[in-house]
Design a protein around this ligand. Structure first.
Ligand SMILES: Nc1ncnc2c1ncn2[C@@H]1O[C@H](COP(=O)(O)OP(=O)(O)OP(=O)(O)O)[C@@H](O)[C@H]1O
Ligand SMILES: [Mg+2]
Length: 349
């Protein structure tokens, strides 16, 4: 097959105004694109690099591809930016990997996603949204649980999230919200801070989707409280230990797996997703957010790291995602059968 690759490279995306030091954090490197291309070529497919933005538009119109492997984050500050490439592909009738525009747009909108999680019976920290300065001036934080955590409402890759995002007073909340409103030009979410273990979960496949692993993220140095912040993600080799399978109680692991699969289905995710949970003191897994376009860098992506720790090669991960997409479109090659997923036993998590 001819497989197109859709992606947005960090050094090709126009630098936004305002000089935020994490403005381009979500975009990909050539290292990731090349690694995905190699994994797909190893399966005897040919790969066409379509790129992102206008370059993608020209290439997808000119090049005939059978399916697009999509990791494009989309452009601009729009909350629906991740839906841009899949929307074009649907318009052209080109099959593609991963979730559809509605799921991608919804998942980047953290407050809306949390509302849906509550309806689906998945625990999530209490939250409030501040849309603008007027709302901030009128806000009364008197009954909001402290400590609190603030983050931009429509971001990923820990944009706007630092150790200092955990706040202990109404004054600190107001200051932090004010700063995020000014810098990120979007609503700000204030959440109850869950002081507990940090886990991230990989889910791959469809009908049924399968939990690849539950990975615990542990700071190497003892800290008063842990935040898997931008500082940590950029220097993860020095600062963090990734433990997968996570050494947590059986009930906690079952709870995390159950909530992850519920979230995957409630949001209509497809082929792959990664979800983050903090574990409350009583063992409740609190859903923080879902990434239907999780980072796939072969060295630093949480999902590839997790896959490696449960014995999957990077090639297996990529081919499994690709096969899941092909199966949705009715493909039934022998190669896909090899990658048909078996649900993992919760004990293997
Ligand atoms: N309510 C909370 N309580 C405790 N810690 C939190 C809370 N919300 C976020 N965090 C911390 O901040 C980190 C990043 O938050 P979140 O996952 O929402 O951001 P993101 O930018 O979407 O992440 P990603 O890089 O996975 O896309 C979490 O992994 C967690 O360590
Ligand atoms: Mg996260």
């Amino acid at each position: 097959m001819r497989i197109g690759l859709a992606y947005d490279l960090k050094d090709k995306v126009p630098e936004p105004q305002g000089k935020l030091e994490d403005a381009l954090e979500e975009y990909d490197s050539l290292e990731t694109v090349d690694a995905i291309a190699r994994a797909i070529e190893d399966q005897n497919h040919s790969v066409v690099k379509l790129g992102g933005g206008r370059e993608f538009l020209c290439n997808v119109l000119e090049q005939r591809v059978d399916l697009v492997f999509n990791i494009a984050e989309g452009l601009g500050n729009y909350r629906s930016r991740e839906a841009q490439v899949p929307s074009v592909l649907e318009m052209l009738g080109v099959p593609y990997s991963g979730s559809d525009p509605l799921c991608l747009a919804l998942s980047l909108e953290k407050p809306l996603t949390k509302s849906l999680m509550s309806i689906a019976g998945v625990a999530t920290p209490r939250w409030r949204v501040v849309r603008d300065i007027r709302e901030l001036k009128e806000a009364d934080w008197g009954d909001f649980p402290l400590p609190a955590f603030v983050k931009p409402a429509h971001e990923g890759s820990s944009k706007g999230i630092r150790v200092a995002s955990r706040l202990e007073s109404a004054e600190q909340i107001a200051e932090a919200v004010n700063r995020l409103l000014e810098y990120y030009h979007q609503p700000v979410m204030v959440e109850e801070f869950i002081d507990g273990e940090e886990t991230t979960v990989g889910v791959v496949g469809n009908s049924p989707p399968v939990v690849v692993g539950i990975m615990r993220v542990i700071p190497r140095k003892k800290v008063d409280y842990f935040v898997y912040s931008l500082e940590m993600k950029r220097d993860w080799e020095a600062l963090l230990t990734y433990e997968c399978p996570a050494q947590l109680g059986r009930d906690v692991l079952h709870g995390i797996a159950d909530s992850s699969l519920r979230a995957f289905e409630a949001l209509g995710c497809r082929d792959l997703a990664r979800m983050d949970f903090r574990i409350g003191k009583d063992g409740t897994p609190y859903f923080l957010e879902v990434n239907p376009l999780p980072g796939l860098n072969p060295r630093s992506g949480d999902l590839p790291i997790m896959a490696g720790k449960v014995g999957w090669s990077y090639e297996t991960l990529i081919t499994t995602i690709l096969s899941a997409a092909q199966q949705r479109y009715g493909g039934t090659s022998r190669e896909q059968d090899r990658h048909r997923l078996q649900p993992a036993s919760p004990l293997q998590l």
